[in-house]
Write a new protein. Sequence first.
Length: 333
Amino acid sequence: MTRTVNLFDPAVVTVTRVDAGTATNIIPATAEIHGTFRTLTPATRQAVRDGITNDPASPPPGPVPDCHSNRVVQSRRLRRERPGRGQRPARGCRPCGQCWSDSVPDTGGSVIHVSETFVLHSVEEFLTDEEISQLNKIVENDAVRPPGETGSRYEHAPDAAEAMLQQAFVRALPSLRDVMPNVAGTGRWAYAEVAEGDCIPVHVDGIPDPSARPRRIGRIGIVVRAAQAGGEFYVATTSSPALWSGAELGEADGFEPGTRQTRSMPHELSPSPAVHAAPNWAQDMPQTRWTTDAPAGTAVAYGAQLLHGVAPVTRGVVRKFVTDLLDTDTSLS
């Protein structure tokens, strides 16, 4: 400040708060810096204000109350709004309590960081005990098998289950955004039932068309009935180059420049996902598997580029619901 204002007409800029993410291992997509500046004359006040806002990438500030004649409070916003999050609420002026608005319209969203597509996260109590019970009843009543059909199945979730799961997703969205900041909605929910003797082979859903919205960031699965033995969900990590497609994504695709893209090998809806064997490249490459013991009702969210599967069920059956985590709120379309 001493190099930009007159020594005998001083100004003070104080940064009092910085808000930037909640996780220690993820670079936040947005940040907010809050503070005050104080001056003695209107000319210096305007000069300081111009210096703070002289950044073409930064949204213009809202109106500022001229508090106590010779001091002004100013907040500069450095964040870009994500899709579907709308206007920001008005904030208060600390010195006098007078409110002013620095609302910023939706700017089209932040780019997706590669870490979002490889993250692993859990949301405990994603479903209540009552919701777990109701979902099992819905499956038993609505997902009626044709006569003589047995074994595993993978199909669209019944409408009543879809509505209940979407409500649970909305409740869990703040937690999901801690690790996947660009998640805004889901795809259609699917119901998976893995029968005794079956499994879901290791596979990777991938990013099918990165330039087209909605973009798949990850997946989320919730068990509503666990098997008596086996049937655990797992993710797998590997250093093998066989995982990668060779493509790199950039801002034109909605991703951080240089984001590497894995191969894509999702399971489609079919009577039995377990009969689809993994291709040789997925079976043969060295990998380390990390098995979860998430109980019924706990959601496991994982990045779209993370290898995963379900271990063989040795006794009983696994019932679960799964869907895509997307960068667009499809419920508004």
